[in-house]
Design a protein around this ligand. Sequence first.
Ligand code: FES
Ligand SMILES: [Fe+2]
Length: 372
Amino acid sequence: MSKFYKTAETFIPGEMTLPQKYYTSPQIFAREKERIFDRTWFCVGHHSRIPNPGDYFLQEILGESLIILRDREMNIRAFYNVCRHRGTRICEQPEGQFKNSIQCNYHAWTYGLDGKLIGAPFMREIAEFRWEDFPLRAAPIQIWEGFIFVNTNLQSQPLPFDELFAPMQGRISPWNPSQLKALHRERYELASNWKYIFQNFNECYHCPTIHPLLNTMTTYISAENDLVEGPFLGGFLDLKKESMTVTGRLCALPLGQLCEGDDKRGYYYSLLPNLLLNVHPDYLMYHIIFPHDPGHSTIISEWLFHPEAASRPGFNPQDAIDFWHETNLQDWHICELSQQGVQSAAYTPGWYTPRESLLAAFDRDYLKRMEE
Ligand code: FES
Ligand SMILES: [Fe+2]
């Protein structure tokens, strides 16, 4: 059983927000790529998005386009969307299904779903050409609780996944995340630095002012955290009603066998570099963040439900979707206003309050990684 701390218990008075350059400087962003993004694992979504052999979607990460697909053996793979002939972008449709192979539209070089080069017109005539040397380039991939993670650094090894993810081991397993099915997805484009999205997620100090509806569903001072240091942070909020929905009622089948108390809590975890988890008794909603430059990020949000949720009388996923879509827009807007403010010559770091101890913890871990 984890130990939980009240937010103020882990607060260190005097900690300040980050200096301006961390939100605006292209040099800092380049350093973040080298020190954080290249070493860690980007979540690209939940495996229920590609249930059948050949299903794929494209995901852009820091300027690289990746094909995330399910192969014939039901393994999930990630390939760079770059032809091994003359480097052309192979696949343009953002999602779909490959029949048995992936073909470049330029000169019809063709790859198996395992990435192997299986067709290249006229290259059989070249005895010296080694077909096995020209598969699609693969990105390392890991699956955790049904979520797909990739690393996009071709130069060196990422941090070992199991070691990095040790603090999250088993943490959300009771909600059976790998069994869940995504029923809704939203994409949001933000004029905001990626860290503002993490920092905003890690406090509910703003809930009374920014989220009038959410604020009726939970007592923000009830927050208790079991991950209070390092790359993964978070804990729970007590629910005043049955779930975080517009009506406050459960909208679908419970996700798992939840222990006493967990059916009355929402759990919220941020996982460096890009995953934010919102775990509720009857659905799981997550965000994945893709930074583009210091001032712009894309967020993809998905709502996951019990695979048999539709069989429950009163199944109403819209109750959860509408609740978070409205809440998300409130959060994203305030992140954009933070970005606008930090660009001002008048910005100087400000004091964190006792309700923002996780933000100070995020900054400490971030700065340590940036300096290593
Ligand atoms: S560049 Fe892809 S087949 Fe020629
Ligand atoms: Fe919020």
